[in-house]
Design a protein around this ligand. Sequence first.
Ligand SMILES: Cc1cc2nc3c(=O)[nH]c(=O)nc-3n(C[C@H](O)[C@H](O)[C@H](O)COP(=O)(O)O)c2cc1C
Length: 181
Amino acid sequence: MKILALQGSPRKKGNTNRILDEMIKGAQDNGHEVIKYYLEKLDINPCSGCEICAKGKDCRYDDDGAEIINQLAEGASVILASPIYFGQMTAQAKTIVDRFYSIFNNPDKKFAGKAAMIFTHAYPDKDIYETYIKLTEAQPFLNNTELEYIETLEVAGVKFIGDADKAEDDLKKAYEIGQKF
Ligand SMILES: Cc1cc2nc3c(=O)[nH]c(=O)nc-3n(C[C@H](O)[C@H](O)[C@H](O)COP(=O)(O)O)c2cc1C
C-alpha cells in the first residue's frame, strides 16, 4: 500500500515530525511504501471554491497539492499530522485538507485505502481538544471520504523541540498505529 504522510508543522524537526516518523517506521516495517510531504515547503494553493470538480474535472491548480490529491484519488492511504495551533490544525494542514474537496466533490473520483491522524499540543490534558478531534475525524474523514479510518494519536504536553523524544508511550503507540496500515 502507498501511504502519504502529510507533515503539517512548520518546524521540520519538531514534535509532530518525531511522532510521525515513528508511525512511518511502523508502516514501513509492515511492508508499505511511505512518501512524506513537508507541507510548509510545498506550493499548495488553498481551494478557491470554483466548483469545477463538481463537473468531473481536475482541480484548477496544477501544483504540489495536485500531486498529493492525484495519488489519493488513485487509492493512496494518508496520515495527517499537525500540531494544535489555537485549538485547531495548522494552516498548512488545513490547506491540503480543503483540497480533498476536489475528490469528494467530483462524481468520477473517490478515496480508497486507510487514514490516521496525529495531533501534538503543549496543553498537558487531552479533554480540551476532544470535541475538535472528533469533529476532524468526522470531517473530512468519516463523513466525506471512503477511507477506512484507523485512529487518531493525540500527544499532549509537548511544547519545545525535543519534548516528543520523552513521550515514550506515544512513540510506541505511533509505531503500533503505523503497523495497522
Ligand atoms: C501559533 C501557535 C499556536 C499554538 N496553539 C496551541 C494551542 O492552542 N494549544 C496547545 O496546547 N498548544 C499550542 N501551541 C503549541 C504547539 O502545539 C506545540 O508546541 C507543538 O508541540 C508544536 O509541534 P511541532 O514541534 O511539531 O511544531 C501553539 C504553538 C504555536 C506556535
